[in-house]
Design a protein around this ligand. Structure first.
Ligand code: ADP
Ligand code: MG
Length: 448
C-alpha cells in the first residue's frame, strides 16, 4: 500500500506515454526512485533515502514535492526525509575464481579511491551528484551522455569513477571502462599505426558503460574524433551509457567537430562549481578519516578557510600530519597544530622558490607530466600550462627569457615573450584565470 502511493507520486513526475516529446525524465524523478515511503499518517510522510546526497537534494525541493503530493493525492502532508542503510550484499565470493571488487575495478580502469560513499555533497556539486545518481539508477536509458564539466580539482574524476563503480557493484556483469581522454587518443593512434583498429573497436564499442575523463583532449584531432563518433554511436545504440568529463562545456570546446558537439549536448550537461567552505571542510574530514588521521573539526575549518584548491587540501593535510602527528607525536591534529603550521608557512614563504618547485607545482595542478610540459605538443592542455610556467619563471623567479626557453625546451625566446604576455593579459581580463594563478601561487608556497 505504502509503495503504491509512493510509486504513483514518483511516476506522476514523468509519464513518457503522454509526454512523448520528452526524451529525458526530470532528474527529480530518477532521484525519487532511490527512496522508499516508510510511514504515512494523516499529517506526515516519512521517506527513506538511500544516501545522504539523495536526502540533501530532495530536502532542497521539499516544498515542491509537498505541493506535488497534494495535487496528486489531495492530501496536505509534511514530508520528512530520513537516511536508510541500504542492505549490501556480502562481498565474500562463493567460488574462489569469482573476482573480487578490487579486481573488477582494476579491469574497468577504475581507481579504488573513488566512490559515492566518500564523495561529499554540497550546493556546488549537488546537481551533478543527483544526475550521477540518476544515471546509476538507469544506465543507458536516459541522460546519454552524462556530460560533467568544471575546473581543476572540483571532483569530476571522482564523481565519474563513482558512477562506474556503483554500476559494477549493482551488476558485476556490466562491462564498464574508465579511460583518460589522452589514453584513448594514444591507444587509437597506436592501433592505427599497428593496423589493429579491429581490436581497438572490439574493446571500446561493446561496452555497457564508457567513461572518458577529460574528453576535451580529443578536440582538434580529426581521425580520433571520427573514431570516437562511431564508438559513441555504437555504445549508445546498443543501450550502453556514456559518461564524459571536461574542463568546459561542449559549446566552449574549440575545434570539436559539430556532430560530436551535438552528440555531447544531446544528453544531460551538468557543471561542478569550485568547492565552497563547507564542502572543503567535509572533504578534509573524509580524507582524514580514510587515512586514519584524527582531525579536529575546528582545525579542519581553519585549513578549509586557507586552502581553496581541492587537490592541495589533501596535500596540506598530509604535510601537517607528517609535521605534528609523526614528528611531534601529537595525538590528533588540533587548532594549535594547524595555526603553528600556517605561521611557519608564512615564514617559509620568504624562502627561495626553485625552478623545480615551479614546474612540479604546475604539473600537479594541471595533472600533466613534466615531459608533457616540455614536449612539442600543441595540445591546448599542454600549451596553457606551459605558458603559465613561463609566466611564473619570469615573474616570480625573474629569469631571463632565453633561460626559460632552454628549460622548457622551446626553440627560441620569442615563444616565451608571447606566453608570458598572454598570461599577463588574461590576468587582467579573466577573473577565473586570476583565481587559477592565485591557487598555483598558494600551492607553490605550500610545496616549498
Ligand atoms: P577533477 O577531476 O575535477 O580535476 P578530482 O576528481 O581529481 O578533480 O578531485 C581532486 C581531489 O579532490 C580528489 O582527491 C577527490 O577525491 C577530492 N574531491 C573533490 N571533490 C570531492 C568531494 N565532493 N568529496 C570528496 N572528495 C572530493
Ligand atoms: Mg580529473
Amino acid at each position: 500500500m505504502l509503495s503504491t502511493v509512493w510509486s504513483k507520486l514518483i511516476h506522476s513526475y514523468y509519464q513518457p506515454e503522454t509526454d512523448r516529446n520528452k526524451k529525458n525524465p526530470p532528474v527529480i524523478y530518477s532521484v525519487l526512485q532511490q527512496t522508499k515511503l516508510l510511514e504515512l499518517s494523516e499529517k506526515e510522510a516519512v521517506v527513506g533515502c538511500e544516501n545522504n546526497g539523495v536526502r540533501l537534494f530532495l530536502e532542497k525541493k521539499i516544498k515542491e514535492i509537498e505541493n506535488h503530493f497534494f495535487s496528486v493525492t489531495k492530501k496536505r502532508l509534511k514530508i520528512r526525509f530520513v537516511l536508510i542503510e541500504k542492505k549490501t550484499k556480502k562481498e565474500t565470493p562463493l567460488l574462489s575464481y569469482e573476482p573480487t571488487i578490487e579486481t573488477r575495478l582494476a579491469n574497468a580502469g577504475l581507481s579504488i579511491k573513488y566512490k559515492f560513499e566518500n564523495f561529499a555533497v554540497s550546493s556546488t556539486n549537488q546537481v551533478a551528484f543527483a544526475a550521477a545518481q540518476a544515471v546509476v539508477a538507469n544506465p543507458g536509458k536516459n541522460y546519454n551522455p552524462l556530460f560533467i564539466y568544471g575546473g581543476v580539482g572540483v571532483g569530476k574524476t571522482h564523481l565519474a569513477s563513482a558512477i562506474g563503480r556503483k554500476i559494477l557493484e549493482n551488476n558485476p556483469k556490466k562491462k564498464v571502462l574508465f579511460c583518460q581522454g589522452d589514453v584513448f587518443i594514444n591507444e587509437l593512434i597506436e592501433s592505427i599505426q599497428e593496423k589493429t583498429t579491429q581490436s581497438f573497436r572490439r574493446k571500446y564499442r561493446r561496452l555497457d558503460v564508457l567513461i572518458i575523463d577529460d574528453v576535451q583532449f580529443i578536440a582538434g584531432k580529426e581521425r580520433v574524433q571520427e573514431e570516437f563518433f562511431h564508438t559513441f554511436n555504437s555504445v549508445v545504440s546498443a543501450g550502453g551509457q556514456i559518461i564524459l568529463t571536461s574542463d568546459r562545456p561542449p559549446n566552449e570546446i574549440k575545434k570539436l567537430e559539430e556532430r560530436l558537439r551535438s552528440r555531447f549536448l544531446g544528453g544531460l550537461t551538468v557543471d561542478i562549481q569550485p568547492p565552497d567552505f563547507e564542502l572543503r571542510t567535509a572533504i578534509l574530514l573524509i580524507k582524514a578519516k580514510e587515512k586514519g588521521i584524527l582531525l579536529d573539526i575546528e582545525a579542519a575549518k581553519i585549513i578549509a578557510e586557507k586552502i581553496t584548491d581541492c587537490r592541495a587540501l589533501e596535500g596540506t593535510l598530509l604535510t601537517i600530519y607528517a609535521n605534528f602527528f609523526v614528528k611531534e607525536k601529537k595525538e590528533k591534529i588540533d587548532l594549535e597544530a594547524v595555526e603553528e603550521f600556517f605561521s611557519t608557512q608564512k615564514k617559509n614563504n620568504q624562502k627561495k622558490i626553485t625552478v623545480d618547485d615551479v614546474l612540479k607545482t604546475i604539473c600537479s595542478y594541471y595533472n600533466i607530466k613534466l615531459s608533457q610540459l616540455k614536449n612539442n605538443s600543441r595540445l591546448s592542455n599542454f600549451v596553457f600550462p606551459r605558458q603559465v610556467a613561463m609566466y611564473f619563471l619570469r615573474e616570480h623567479l625573474k629569469m631571463k627569457q632565453e633561460d626559460i626557453a632552454r628549460i622548457l625546451k622551446r626553440k627560441d625566446h620569442t615563444t616565451v615573450i608571447h606566453g608570458v604576455e598572454k598570461i599577463r593579459q588574461l590576468l587582467l581580463k579573466n577573473p577565473l584565470i586570476k583565481e587559477e594563478i592565485n591557487k598555483i601561487t598558494q600551492n607553490l608556497n605550500l610545496s616549498t
